[in-house]
Write a protein that binds this ligand. Sequence first.
Ligand code: ACM
Length: 266
Amino acid sequence: MEKIIKAGFIQFAPQFGGADKTIQHLENLFSIITNADIIVLPELANSGYNFNSKAQAFQYSEKIEKSRFVEFLITKAKQLNTNIITGFNERADGEIFNTALLICPEGIKGKYRKMHLFMNEKDFFSKGDLGFPVFDIGICRLGILVCFDYIFSEAWRILGLKGADLVCHPANLITPYAQKVIPSQSIINRFYIITANRIGTENDLTFTGQSIISDPEGDILYQASVNSEEVKILALDVNLARNKMITPRNHVFDDRLPEQYKELGC
Ligand code: ACM
């Protein structure tokens, strides 16, 4: 029997250096959505991405409990009776993290902090310290990775082994090939992936859009344009992600041979 959820993304260009314009802009974009269970926004949606120094990255970070951006998204999650996953420049205990928040109608349900830092992020952010959690939101179980985490198969695999039906992937991708990885990770873990990438340019960085939704058989259900704003919500059958059989005799996780993989050193 099908177990349908409505899930998708908003592809747009967050404002650099503060969330006020982003909030106004998202107000319009959310108004297009009438029926969604899960909406994914890009990485660092409250601050922009291309900081020129650690001091600037810190200046544009926010404490979750004092953030107008978070308050706005909680209001939207309530109004639309939906779950929102957003990238967030998080200040906590004098450090900053490249975080993704899971916001439900009741408030903040969880967070993930990006582990694998890309380029200059290494100078600005602390590495994630919350592991790779999977959240049961009732209608499905979801994991979160942030942008460059996509390079590391181990991260996807852990989320698969922990039972994720769907991985939400807020991103600020800039390489031309990143989106190609997404359908293959869907196949080899048999879960859905929603990559919400941003568009636009910040100084020397141009982001590549092409947000993508792939299913457990690696089909690309939708791919957005390179540089237009888009809101896309699709019906996804969770039960397809709960069938882990690749063939009648091959289970995607049970057929693994961990004793043969010791050279990985983990
Ligand atoms: C990235 O991790 N923002 C490329």
